[in-house]
Design a protein around this ligand. Structure first.
Ligand code: UD1
Length: 405
């Protein structure tokens, strides 16, 4: 395998690991910021292949101008164990070959967990971007992935004060925590001027403010039959009052296909009912978020994007790891309770009244988080011996040695 891996082992090589749709939005900003420092570091992209469909992967590389991956591991779908194990094996071989100066993983998907574990075992310095988020719900696979990644990685780049507090509460050395901001919002701000709202609305025959945008893919919502039935009931209730636009994730389509036979689910255009479509590309989806009366979702990243855009978000979960979005007043946790969803929707101000409202930004959600991370990586993580901050490793190495005796 190592012979097949392109690229060479140069000093200050930074390997960025990505695997699933939300990862691509984050590494777009990080790759750009690291590439802007060519004499100081050389970023390589490794795609695990956790997401492989054109609409979940290729479209993001194209629209976000991410260069093709330097290495593709083709891990594909499977159980959590199978998928994580294939990613772990591939990332381990890749790290042993490149021997990078730093491995960076992002978010909370299975590829993130595999990357953190591989780097720790290979003794490669590592960083986790979007560290410290906690829902407190260990039934969520992402919660397990986050906890393990945070406890294994040397450097933890966080998005909010709550995340800093969570890490400190878990006993993590504050010297490893760097409050940098939100790289997903960097990508959002960079791409907003390229979003053609009118074109998307025309294509889907929608009017701004006339529809509710829905996404749903969490196993707890779509894999469990009771939750799936409540979800369908919720959508039917909402569709009596608002047109619902539902770009459907493949997991959701596979689980709900039997329940989606009614005509009302496929009708497009104006009026009430539900438009089901394939997952959308980044620009189209941002356009729909901006133009929606409200967004209903169980995604994590969409709670953040709606907060940055000032669009009301109803999160169809009992908890969130992104509590700052609730504190900001743009996000409400409504679970899968049709009554609660309807009451919340009814109390939202009319779209026209709130359009253009200014929403205060969360600290460091300013479009420059990746630059802060890249600067920290170049000066404190990879920098010259004088500037390099070895505290994370000073702590890490003795721990390994204690275990070895
Ligand atoms: C994964 C992440 C989740 C993230 C989501 C974004 C984990 C544990 N979950 O969930 O945190 O919010 O990505 O979408 O890592 N499939 C395709 N094409 C693909 C990929 C998957 O059709 O490109 C289908 C397969 O049938 C697969 C299913 O979707 O079994 C689920 O994919 P998987 O990567 O296991 O998890 P997601 O639900 O996408």
């Amino acid at each position: 395998m190592p012979e097949a891996i392109p690229g060479t082992c140069e000093p200050h090589t930074v390997v960025l690991i990505c695997g699933a749709r939300p990862n691509f939005v984050k590494i777009a900003a990080l790759h750009r910021a690291l590439s802007a420092r060519p004499g100081r570091c050389r970023p390589l992209i490794v795609h695990t292949g956790q997401h492989y469909s054109p609409e979940l992967s290729d479209v993001f590389f194209r629209e976000l101008e991410i260069p093709p991956p330097d290495l593709h591991l083709n891990v594909g779908s499977g159980s959590h164990g199978e998928q994580t194990a294939r990613a772990l094996t591939g990332i381990e071989a890749c790290l042993m070959h490149y021997r990078p100066d730093l491995m960076v993983c992002v978010g909370d998907v299975n590829s993130t967990l595999a990357a953190a574990l591989a780097a720790a075992k290979c003794r490669i310095p590592s960083a986790h971007v979007e560290a410290g988020l906690r829902s407190g719900d260990r039934a969520m696979p992402e919660e397990i992935n986050r906890i393990v990644a945070d406890h294994l990685c040397d450097w933890l780049y966080t998005t909010t004060d709550e995340a800093n507090d969570n890490l400190r509460r878990e006993g993590i050395d504050p010297a490893r925590i760097v409050f940098a901001g939100n790289v997903m919002i960097d990508t959002l701000y960079r791409h907003l001027p390229r979003v053609d709202r009118e074109a998307v609305l025309r294509r889907l025959r929608l009017a701004a403010g006339s529809f509710v945008l829905l996404t749903m893919h969490r196993p707890a919502n779509v894999d469990d039959p009771d939750s799936a039935r409540r979800l369908i009931e919720t959508i039917r209730r909402v569709a009596q009052h608002h047109h619902v636009v539902f770009p459907m994730h493949p997991r959701t389509r596979a689980r709900l296909s039997d329940m989606l036979q009614s005509d009302s689910w496929t009708q497009g255009g104006g009026g009430r009912g539900v438009t089901v479509c394939e997952p959308l590309g980044y620009h189209d989806f941002v356009a729909l978020q901006q133009c929606a009366f409200a967004v209903l979702t169980d995604s994590g990243g969409i709670q953040e994007e709606t907060t940055a855009l000032g669009v009301p978000c109803l999160t169809l979960r009992p908890n969130t790891e992104r509590y700052a979005t609730v504190s900001m007043g743009t996000n409400a946790l409504v679970g899968l309770d049709p009554e609660r969803v309807m009451t919340t929707l009814e109390t939202l101000p009319a779209f026209a009244d709130r359009n253009g409202a200014i929403f205060p930004r969360l600290p460091f959600w300013d479009g420059h988080a990746a630059e802060r991370i890249a600067e920290h990586i170049c000066t404190r993580v990879l920098g010259t011996d004088d500037a390099r901050d070895t505290r994370a490793h000073a702590e890490y190495v003795p721990r390994q040695m204690v275990g070895a005796h």
